[in-house]
Design a protein around this ligand. Structure first.
Ligand code: ZN
Length: 172
């Protein structure tokens, strides 16, 4: 796929001035980073954050990845200990049971995890970064009562620290 994209960009650039070309490249870049989410799933996740204002709820994100975009089709809760000190910590048996249920029984793909931030915080906490190390999630979706923020997690590489990229979200 990357070959096709760069070929397209090259073809286009012949007819465009530098400025347009820059924004065209910018669009290409953005197009790589979009998370598409079904509107019902979007609404249901927001409802979860509103319904439990003092408790973090967490679960798996179900969907697929295509052409560098993520498609969120559903979610599935897993049990966790929660509290101000630990933020949240999966109860591992329930976590793996839910994972098996999704992948083996429903035959669906897990593309990441989500958890609610009922306080409205749109950033990963230090605790979240620690949790991501255990989970190794491809995307972590933060759900506030007003917003849904998908963050792509790339685990530390040779001489490179972990990176956390906020992705654009598009409700479909
Ligand atoms: Zn968090």
């Amino acid at each position: 796929m990357p070959i096709k994209v760069s070929h397209k960009a090259e073809q286009k650039s012949n007819n465009l001035n530098e400025e347009t070309q820059l924004s065209y490249n910018g669009i290409l870049k953005m197009a790589n980073r979009i998370v598409y989410i079904k509107s019902k799933v979007y609404e249901d996740l927001l409802k979860l954050a509103k319904k439990y204002p003092s408790r973090i709820i967490c679960g798996f994100i179900i969907g697929y990845k295509e052409n560098n975009c993520f498609y969120i089709e559903d979610f599935h809760l897993f049990p966790a200990h929660v509290g101000p000190k630990i933020h949240f910590k999966p109860i591992w048996k329930g976590y793996y049971d839910a994972k098996d249920y999704i992948t083996k029984f429903m035959c669906k793909e897990i593309i990441g995890e989500f958890h609610t931030h009922p306080d409205g915080n749109k950033e990963l906490t230090e605790k979240d970064k620690q949790i991501l190390k255990w989970l190794g999630a491809k995307i972590m979706v933060l759900v506030t009562p007003e917003d849904i923020i998908p963050i792509e997690y790339i685990s530390p590489q040779k001489n490179q620290p972990a990176t956390y990229n906020k992705l654009d979200i598009d409700v479909i």
